[in-house]
Design a protein around this ligand. Structure first.
Ligand code: CO
Length: 296
């Protein structure tokens, strides 16, 4: 684990979060918000670990603006972004209420209180904290505020160029009792006014490389090389590919999909179409059993 790079990524994430709060306003284009946040990450010396997710209301996650997207910011907006330095990621999210709704504000408080309580628990119990204890405190915090945790979304351990390195941090008590040990963990409670489950929606245009088999088309080969070089196994999006390759980028992406090179992540939609809030932070537990919150 490269502790210095993670801490550096966290420092950048903290500044990006503060910046993002100043530019997210009702009726601004999601496209502008995403591009400004991604540019800010680069300006501060990091790289986006995945396309900025700007998911509204009942979409819990995995919405990033398409090229020429005209959607305007509104409702309950989740801003989920990652900063990486050489593959070491600080994953972060916050939610914002853009319609001045009491219910939205309460729902946002539920997920951010759940995150705060989970981090306090980890600071206290360190590497003895189990994943189910974290899930339990998240579940209890959200339910005590009369909302539902999303049971099939979870936090995750991370490694170099690996956003989901094997350990799941549930948002409910799943009784699995896995101790945290030394490592990097994204904790991300989601709260909902509905049933507290998500299902797959439309393809999001967020992709990751799953197979390196050479495609026949020259354009697709060029794009594959670019992906291998620029993103490795981290997610990217059609918007980024179009920026680099113009409209032939979309053709190449389709060919890569057909050739089995790419996974296209679906949008994640709340199953009762209820609103969802999210809060997320990344912590690390080092070899001296110190707990470091990357944005502190
Ligand atoms: Co995450």
């Amino acid at each position: 684990m490269d502790k210095q790079k993670i801490i550096q990524a966290g420092r950048i994430a903290k500044q990006v979060k503060e910046y993002a709060r100043t530019i997210v306003k009702k009726d601004t284009h999601l496209l502008d918000i995403a591009e400004k946040i991604e540019s800010k990450i680069i300006e501060l010396g990091g790289k986006p670990a995945f396309p900025v997710n700007l998911s509204i209301d009942n979409i819990a996650a995995h919405y990033t603006p398409f090229p020429e997207d005209k959607t305007l910011a509104h409702g309950l907006l989740k801003v989920d972004f990652g900063v990486h330095i050489d593959g070491w990621v600080a994953d972060n999210a916050f939610s914002i209420d853009l319609e001045n709704s009491e219910e939205n504000k309460k729902l946002i408080r539920a997920s951010s209180d759940a995150l705060k309580n989970a981090i306090e628990l980890i600071k206290k119990n360190k590497s003895k904290t189990t994943t189910s204890q974290i899930g339990k405190i998240i579940e209890e915090t959200i339910e005590s505020q009369k909302f539902s945790p999303i049971i099939n979304l979870s936090g995750h351990s991370m490694e170099e160029y690996d956003l989901h390195a094997g350990i799941t941090i549930p948002n409910i008590d799943d009784k699995k009792e896995i101790e945290l040990k030394k490592g990097i963990y994204a904790i991300e409670p989601f709260a909902s006014t509905g049933v507290g489950k998500v299902h797959d929606g439309k393809p999001s245009g967020i992709y990751s490389l799953v197979n390196e088999k050479t495609p026949r088309s020259q354009t697709a080969r060029e794009i594959l090389e670019f992906i291998q070089e620029e993103y490795q196994t981290l997610p990217f999006c059609s918007r980024w590919i179009v920026k680099k390759f113009n409209s032939r980028g979309l053709i190449g992406l389709r060919q890569l999909e057909e050739n089995g090179n790419l996974h296209n992540y679906p949008e994640l939609v709340e199953s009762s179409d209820a609103k969802v809030s999210q809060a997320e932070n990344t912590i690390l537990i080092d070899d001296k059993n110190e707990v470091i919150v990357t944005t502190d």
